[in-house]
Every structure is written in structure tokens, then in C-alpha cells.
Design a protein around this ligand. Structure first.
Ligand SMILES: [Cu+2]
Length: 167
């Protein structure tokens, strides 16, 4: 009796998973995705207004997301970061880290290479360090997303947005 109930539950769970997988396959890639653009390490006490740079993890998580054309990516910024997004074909090695600008209110230099750039985010020295920037991608392609804060980019803080045609 117990075994058959457990089998029933397994069959029900498997059925639900298959139905979800089929729904995903027929619906195609999602219309949005969320990327953590930097994160605060733990243990850390930020109260009432403490954002120590050494306590920030410089990475995009997940490192690659896939959406459909016309969709958006929600970049959740945690820390002093600056988004720069480049169009099809641009590789990290192609980014000219010699073209720099200075944050308005001070801070490390920001990469300002305009070649192939389709989006540049807000000057982090003028913003709260924790914020959201939502970016829309109308065209299919593979887009390089970097943190333009020079030492962060040099540490490998970049990732990818893959945009597939809307089915
Ligand atoms: Cu950064």
C-alpha cells in the first residue's frame, strides 16, 4: 500500500515535469532573464549604510542567459559597477581597455570603448550602489556584457546574453 502510494507520487511528479518541459519547448526561450551583476559577500553588516568594496564579489551570475528577441534582461547591480553591452562578434579581447573615463564623483576608471557598444549604464558614482537596470534586446545575437569598472573587467567580470529569434 505504502509502496504503491509512493509510486503514484513519483508518476505524478514525473508527469508534471514532462508537462513543464513540453510547455517550455513549445513556448521557446523566455522573454526575460535576471542577472546578478556583483554580489555582497557574507558575513557582512551593511547597516545603516556600509558598502565596503573588498566585500563585493565581482561576477555576473548566471554568466550566460538566453532570452527571445524583444525580451529584456534585468541586471540587478550589487556594488559599484558599470554595465557596458557590445553587439554581435565582440569578444572580451576586443574591448579597448585603454579608452577610459573617470566617474563623476570619483572611483576607479571606467572603460569607455564605444566600438560596437549598444548600451552603457549609469555612472555608478552618481547612483546608489544597489539598483536595477533593465535592458531590451530587439535583435537576435550573442551580446557581450562587461563591467566597465577597469579593475573588475581585468578580473574577468563579464558574461553573455544570447538572444534567439522569437518563435
Ligand atoms: Cu564591476
Amino acid at each position: 500500500m505504502h509502496r504503491s502510494f509512493s509510486t503514484l507520487v513519483r508518476v505524478a511528479v514525473l508527469g508534471t515535469c514532462l508537462a513543464s518541459a513540453q510547455a517550455l519547448a513549445s513556448d521557446g526561450p523566455p522573454s526575460n532573464a535576471t542577472v546578478n551583476f556583483g554580489a555582497w559577500m557574507t558575513p557582512l553588516d551593511r547597516f545603516p549604510n556600509n558598502s565596503p568594496p573588498p566585500a563585493n564579489h565581482h561576477a555576473l551570475m548566471p554568466n550566460q542567459v538566453t532570452i527571445r528577441s524583444g525580451g529584456s534582461v534585468n541586471f540587478i547591480l550589487g556594488g559599484f559597477h558599470n554595465i557596458a553591452i557590445y553587439g554581435e562578434g565582440k569578444q572580451p579581447a576586443d574591448v579597448n581597455a585603454g579608452i577610459l573615463t573617470t566617474p563623476t564623483n570619483g572611483g576607479p576608471p571606467l572603460i569607455a570603448d564605444p566600438a560596437g557598444r549598444i548600451y552603457r549604464g549609469l555612472d555608478p558614482s552618481l547612483q546608489p550602489v544597489d539598483r536595477v537596470e533593465v535592458v531590451r534586446f530587439p535583435q537576435p545575437g550573442l551580446y557581450l556584457v562587461i563591467c566597465a569598472v577597469l579593475p573588475h573587467f581585468n578580473d574577468g567580470m563579464y558574461g553573455w546574453v544570447r538572444v534567439l529569434p522569437t518563435p
